[in-house]
Write a protein that binds this ligand. Structure first.
Ligand SMILES: Nc1nc2c(ncn2[C@@H]2O[C@H](COP(=O)(O)OP(=O)(O)OP(=O)(O)O)[C@@H](O)[C@H]2O)c(=O)[nH]1
Ligand SMILES: [Mg+2]
Ligand SMILES: [Zn+2]
Length: 352
């Protein structure tokens, strides 16, 4: 695969050579998990980590690679991760303020050409939120398109009203209504995707971003989940991944915004599973992992029917994820497995 097929164009050509040193090559970052990276170049996709200089001399999170970045990397002579030495200046950048701070930014994705801002027209249509996303794209110099999803769930008049409301508010961004369910609008969406261009899906949790991606691929390659009754708390996609679609366009699915940056911290775990925390006081061992040890009050509660098995499973899953987040990738080999599985599933869906 050529670098141009991965989006490398004249803009980067002008800036990359000044950074590229002997023994290094250019690659695009396709996934990030703390200090672990997946990068893709002409040849293969491979794991990478930061070279010491980049890792220790970087002042700001802004200077570290994120999904979509072009980087100068050194391939290992033998087995082992590649080393990322520098990040090529970004053409565009999607970022947001870290919740609760004014100065810190969280990088969402780099070098995106077009952001699809998805709102589900049945429960999620919201002008102020739409404005915020549009602003975010504009700040990053990224073209935006609005997708109104789940059109199958509302009568056509209501959809017309929403479209009229957008026009009335002076929003001139192209709007595409679609349904992942009955397929209307999907061909129009496909027709928007240009080979070599990079797109991303933005929007609240549960609006159907991943479902749309799966429709594009034609398989249920990535996990989706029904929205909870209250519409709260479900965030199915937890990682960003740059996927090269069969037609040659690239697409990054993102987790629902509200969850970005808070997901998986031990604080969130404690709050979300306060009931299990209380139960755990009754476990025989204080360091009980609730994974089947004798005298575990939690597994007993599941067996006794006072704790739902689903909630228990969900707890174990999230606990694993949050522990994984806390672990540096290459130091804790055992924990690589989950990321590895994720990447494997992602790769399977890549034809290119
Ligand atoms: N009726 C209907 N349901 C849809 C449509 N698109 C997605 N869904 C359902 O909505 C739920 C959420 O879909 P996801 O694709 O997981 O949503 P998401 O935007 O990726 O959510 P996060 O990953 O949490 O950010 C799933 O149950 C989907 O089956 C649609 O067009 N119509
Ligand atoms: Mg998703
Ligand atoms: Zn226990």
């Amino acid at each position: 695969m050529e670098l141009t097929a991965l989006g490398f164009d004249g803009w980067f050509e002008q800036r990359a050579p000044a950074l590229l040193q002997a023994g290094q090559g250019l690659a695009r970052v396709t996934a990030v998990d703390r200090n672990a990276f997946l990068i893709r170049s002409e040849g293969a996709e491979r794991y990478a980590e930061l070279a010491g200089k980049l890792r220790f001399e970087t002042q700001s999170a802004m200077d570290l690679p994120c999904v979509g970045d072009w980087v100068c990397a050194q391939w290992p002579a033998s087995e082992g991760p590649a080393l990322i030495h520098s990040v090529v200046p970004r053409k565009t950048l999607l970022r947001r303020k870290r919740p609760g701070t004014d100065v810190e930014f969280q990088l969402i994705a780099a070098n995106i050409d077009v952001a699809f801002i998805v709102q589900a027209c049945d429960h999620d249509f919201n002008m102020p939120r739409l404005d915020r996303y549009l602003l975010m794209a504009a700040e990053g110099h990224i073209a935006a398109r609005i997708i109104l999803s789940k059109t199958d769930l509302i009568p056509p008049e209501k959809l017309q009203q929403q479209v009229a409301q957008l026009a009335g508010a002076g929003i001139s961004v192209p709007i595409l209504p679609l349904s992942n369910d009955n397929g209307s609008g999907l061909d129009a969406f496909r027709a928007l995707l240009v080979p070599g261009q990079t797109y991303c899906l933005l929007g609240s949790s549960g609006v159907g971003k991943t479902t749309l991606l799966n429709r594009l691929i034609g398989r249920e390659a990535f996990v989706t989940k029904a929205v909870s009754e209250t519409g709260e708390g479900v965030h199915t996609t937890t990682r960003r991944y740059l996927l090269v679609l069969e037609g040659g366009a690239m697409l990054i699915d993102t987790p629902g915004m509200r969850e970005l940056g808070v997901m998986g911290t031990s604080e969130v775990m404690k709050d979300t599973f306060a009931d299990l925390g209380e139960l755990a006081l009754g476990c025989r061992f204080t360091n009980c992992t609730h994974g089947g040890e004798p005298g575990c009050a939690i597994t007993q509660a599941v067996a006794g029917g006072t704790l739902s098995a689903e909630r228990y499973r969900n707890y174990l899953k999230l606990k694993k994820e949050s522990e994984f987040r806390g672990a540096s990738y290459f130091q804790k080999r055992k924990k690589d497995k989950e990321f590895g599985r994720f990447i494997k599933a992602a790769k399977k869906s890549m034809k290119a």
